[in-house]
Design a protein around this ligand. Structure first.
Ligand SMILES: [Zn+2]
Length: 215
């Protein structure tokens, strides 16, 4: 089973991807995790990518694709995968298609965890962080941080600005990726503006349905 989890920042896509991967015994592959792993393993492409990031430069598609390709060549991926945060551009999506063809695996099941922008902004505004260690408080009502007992505070406007900027970047670069996949019989949209439990159960059913539909 080869699943790609898409969705804007704040949609809960990472958490859903992790949960689904655990339940189905699939490796969850996120580009952040891969990069950290690959740097630890002294993967030359990953080290070059890190050097660029350290200089404040962007890591280009070719580099990201190479790093993901190296990761997908590992044996644990034979059962499938849940991709989180990749592909982010159409060029990456095309490269992944080529990779899948070469690996003779697939089909890719693409799930968009869709949440309206107003709801994302509302979630963001109600989100609190620890004033001491910066940990995200999540939806809890607690007054203090679970990790260090520091005081929980509302995020600043600056933080909100950062997230709004990320949303804008998402709209510009990742929307086209959804359009790239949209016409496929294995493309699904789940309503992410529901309680996480509900999203998870709908997502499970949709993925099974898409797997049965095949290419
Ligand atoms: Zn704390």
């Amino acid at each position: 089973m080869h699943v790609i989890m898409m969705g804007p920042p704040g949609a809960g896509k990472g958490r859903q991807a992790g949960r689904f991967a655990r339940e189905r015994g699939l490796p969850k592959i996120s580009t952040g995790d891969i990069l950290r792993e690959a740097i630890k393993e002294q993967n030359p492409t990953a080290l070059a990518a890190k050097a660029r990031m350290d200089r404040g430069e962007l890591v280009d598609d070719a580099m990201i694709i190479k790093i993901v390709a190296d990761r997908l060549a590992k044996p644990d991926v034979q059962v499938g995968f849940v991709l989180d945060g990749f592909p982010r551009t159409v060029a990456q999506a095309q490269a992944l298609d080529e990779l899948m063809e070469r690996m003779e695996s697939g089909p890719l099941i693409v799930v968009d965890v869709a949440v309206p922008e107003q709801e994302l902004v509302r979630r963001l505004a109600s989100r609190r962080i620890c004033s001491v260690c910066g940990t995200n408080a999540g939806p809890s009502d607690a007054a203090t941080c679970a990790k260090c007992s520091g005081e929980l505070v509302q995020r600043t406007d600056d933080d909100q600005g950062v997230v709004l900027e990320r949303l804008k970047v998402y709209q510009q670069s990742t929307r086209p990726v959804l359009d790239y996949y949209r016409e496929r019989p294995t493309f699904r949209v789940v309503n992410g503006a529901q309680p996480p439990e509900r999203v998870a159960s709908e997502l499970n059913a949709m993925i099974d349905d898409a797997a049965a539909a095949k290419r």
